[in-house]
Design a protein around this ligand. Structure first.
Ligand SMILES: [Zn+2]
Length: 323
């Protein structure tokens, strides 16, 4: 089987964004070291709004320089760069740190002309950072629906791989909106104007992020470990997430369907997902992760996991999955 580890490369969007160094540079360097050890390739979905708006702020210029260096490094080493758009950067303000307003959080909060302008500019800026041709897209906060305007923008910029869907996922609480409860039961599919509907004539390929059900017991463990051993389980990223991703109470009381993820303690559940996918006869598995959410524990665990998994499976870029 082919496994793609896809990292959404970004800061936090809550009341504190955290620093570029702690949220991105440091954990990503660790990830790149690990990938080298097992001859594996990763995909980084770069939150390009940060590069666009950051380019307008003098105080952010040294951050921008180290970001450019890191992107160049992984570009040279054959890792994939994908476009990741969080359009709320349009409304971000710099005041000794980034201040976010999430009232226009997703592309569907903008009109068609606005979507085109944002998409074209962000694509152009990200492409100027790397030599490889960018062909993969992931929507910020999984908010890829409705697809109409994004479809036109992806076509215009020759992006043909999409990876925002996680089967069974749904969140319609503001600022989010996505509903992936009805999707093909496959590890990838072609589509045209609806990410959830297979169309063999479509120009786009969907590589959905794998998903699985997490039992409340998993979250009890996660929260208890975080309290008992904060030095191992505290994220390296030093910001605060935006609200709306689900309440702690919900996680502790009922089962939750979420992405197969390399974030923090979630990394312990990847192998289970791999075994299930092998049993189903899948050819691909997509894991999501965020450098900002890596912990000392998760990086150690990932190192050991890749050591084991890379002997049986190929760890590849999203664009190199089986079509
Ligand atoms: Zn994101």
């Amino acid at each position: 089987m082919k496994i793609a580890f896809t990292w959404d490369y970004e800061m936090f969007f809550g009341h504190k964004s955290g620093s570029v160094n702690r949220c991105m540079i440091e954990p990503t360097n660790r990830l790149l070291e690990i990938s080298k050890r097992y001859n594996s390739k990763f995909t980084f979905f770069v939150d390009t709004g940060m590069l666009v708006r950051g380019g307008e702020i003098e105080a952010f210029s040294s951050d921008l320089r180290i970001l450019r260096e890191q992107l160049k490094g992984w570009d040279n080493d054959g890792h994939e760069t994908g476009l990741h758009i969080h359009p709320h950067w349009e409304d971000a303000k710099w005041n000794d740190g980034w201040k976010f307003d999430l009232s226009r959080y997703k592309l569907s909060d903008f009109n068609s002309a606005g979507v085109s302008l944002i998409f074209d500019e962000y694509y152009k800026v990200l492409q100027s950072y790397v030599n490889q041709e960018i062909i993969s897209y992931r929507a910020g906060g999984w908010c890829i629906q409705p697809f109409k305007d994004i479809q036109e923008s992806m076509k215009r910029n020759a992006l043909n791989i999409e990876s925002s869907v996680f089967p069974g996922g749904k969140n319609t609480n503001r600022p989010y909106y996505y509903d992936f409860t009805k999707v093909p039961n496959k590890d990838h599919w072609r589509f045209s104007d609806n990410v959830c509907v297979e169309n063999d004539q479509g120009v786009f390929t969907q590589f959905p992020i794998s998903s699985q059900v997490y039992h409340p017991l998993f979250f009890w463990r996660l929260f208890v470990l975080g309290r008992l051993k904060p030095s191992k389980h505290k994220p390296i990223g030093n910001g605060f997430p935006a609200k709306g991703g689900g309440s702690k109470k919900d996680f502790l009381l009922k089962k939750n369907l979420l992405c197969v993820s390399a974030d923090g303690y979630f990394v312990t559940q990847i192998e289970k997902a791999i075994n299930k996918a092998v049993k189903r006869g899948d050819k691909n598995l997509v894991v999501i992760g965020h450098p900002k959410a890596c912990t000392p524990f998760s990086l150690n665990y990932l190192d050991k996991l890749l050591n084991k998994v890379s002997k049986k499976h190929e760890i590849v870029c999203l664009k190199d999955l089986e079509k």
